[in-house]
Design a protein around this ligand. Structure first.
Ligand code: FAD
Length: 305
């Protein structure tokens, strides 16, 4: 893995660095590029604007690695309020939610995470939409897939996320290819024993997994900003006889916004991942790690203030 990327992802787990970055006033400006705001109203506003532009959204209430019951409960309530509001303003048909199991209590126990995720799924159903379970680092993959399987007994449309950098993923894709699956490259610092570390190998595995998803009868969601992969997925989808309604592209809020609109104008379903909330530190560090230019942007804003 690129050493700068390794360093930034290490900082994502370092409490001292977190305190410095989170309290620097400048961080707010940088955060604003990637995060829609702190409140439910900010999230609803951002969703409304994107949906008005012909895009769909998946909303993520920021937070991860929750270690106490109160925080897990607050996270669940934030999702319930969000889903209620999405329904009230008539956006639920074009807006789903993304949930990290670690935010709703996975580290406190799988049963708690399942119970809490079930409450969010029930609220999503009531609102007229659904949920996708984000995938976190590889130590949580098996637990996340177990919880997913349980949730799908009641809510078959709950989405899975699989990461092309993991060596196991092609097998997981084959198991889940008849369901709703988001395929991404993967955003965490993973050891070579479980993950491809050469970006070229990750891309190759992304294409292998994309083919396996397109060969299935499920609904693939291709989460990438990589122009080459977007083109390949489009071509392979045509080869498999898929129509534009049979799959979607997903991109992150603030990343390649022009491409988001360009793909939608071509007739593709495009969903934008919109994070909101005040627990933005880990999310921001992963976005900085993905692209050295983002670090330069961050450092420049520190010195030009
Ligand atoms: P890259 O090779 O990283 O990037 C290709 C090009 O895209 C870059 O050259 C650049 O032009 C642009 N680009 C990419 N990232 C950025 C950025 N941060 N800022 C500016 N430009 C950028 N990962 C998980 O591990 N679990 C998840 O649940 C998960 N969910 C995701 C959901 C969505 C909708 C998306 C889009 C990504 C998600 N990811 C998730 C992150 C993903 O794994 C990658 O880390 C991220 O998308 C970067 O990979 P890439 O495919 O865009 O390709």
């Amino acid at each position: 893995m690129n050493p700068v990327r390794t360093l930034i992802l290490a900082a994502a787990g370092n409490d001292a660095v977190r305190r410095v970055v989170a309290t620097a006033p400048v961080s707010r400006d940088v955060v604003r590029r990637f995060v829609a705001g702190e409140t439910t109203a900010d999230a609803i506003d951002a969703a409304g604007r994107l949906i008005g532009d012909g895009l769909r959204v998946t909303l993520d209430h920021l937070g991860e690695d929750t270690t106490d019951h109160d925080t897990a409960e607050r996270t669940v309530r934030a999702y319930l309020e969000l889903l209620d509001q999405l329904h009230a303003v008539g956006l639920a048909a074009d807006a789903e939610v993304s949930v990290k199991l670690s935010a709703v209590g996975l580290h406190l126990g799988e049963t708690l995470a399942l119970d809490n995720a079930s409450r969010v799924c029930a609220a999503a159903e009531q609102a007229g939409t659904t949920v996708t379970l984000d995938m976190e680092d590889h130590t949580t993959t098996d637990a996340t897939l177990r919880v997913l399987a349980e949730l799908r007994r009641h809510w078959p449309s709950v989405g899975a996320v699989l990461q092309a950098y993991l060596r196991r993923t092609l097998d997981d894709v084959r198991d889940l290819a008849d369901t709703r699956v988001r395929l991404c490259k993967g955003a965490y610092a993973e050891p070579p024993s479980v993950a491809y570390t050469d970006p070229h190998e990750v891309d190759l595995n992304y294409v292998r997994c994309a083919n396996a998803l397109l060969a299935g009868s499920g609904y693939p969601m291709f989460a990438t900003h990589d122009p080459r992969l977007i083109e390949i997925v489009g071509e392979r989808a045509r080869w498999y006889g898929k129509s534009v309604e049979d799959f979607e592209f997903q991109l992150l809020h603030g990343v390649r916004p022009g491409e988001q609109r360009h793909l939608a104008a071509e007739g593709h379903v495009v969903r934008v991942y919109v994070p909101y909330g005040d627990q933005w530190y880990g999310y921001l560090m992963r976005r900085l790690a993905e692209r050295p230019a983002n670090v330069a942007f961050f450092l420049r804003s520190l010195v030009t203030r």
